[in-house]
Design a protein around this ligand. Sequence first.
Ligand code: SF4
Ligand code: SF4
Length: 104
Amino acid sequence: MSIRISQSKCVGCGKCIEACPGNLIKKDAQGKAYIKHIRDCWGCTSCLKECKTGAVFFYLGADIGGHGSTLSFSEKGDISTWKVTDISGNVQTIEVNKKDANKY
Ligand code: SF4
Ligand code: SF4
């Protein structure tokens, strides 16, 4: 499992770099983030949640039953939205209200 970073969406803010507990993300010569140590990513999703431009995608490989789907994250107010996009482009959305996070 690993992440992918869209170079066109990345604005080089560095938030994902600060968030990664494994120090796996670096900046290239253009100031864009990229994951340097792909195999060491354990999928904590911290970098997804910190990226405000939606540049970071989590790759759901066959090893976890994802069959090449990707997971993305966005946030508006108290609502966190997780989107799973399969290889055919079909999207499933999961919304979580932070106010309800401790009710389960
Ligand atoms: S948080 Fe997003 S926009 Fe900022 S450096 Fe990382 S990938 Fe780029
Ligand atoms: S998912 Fe976690 S371990 Fe993997 S690159 Fe992002 S912050 Fe680092």
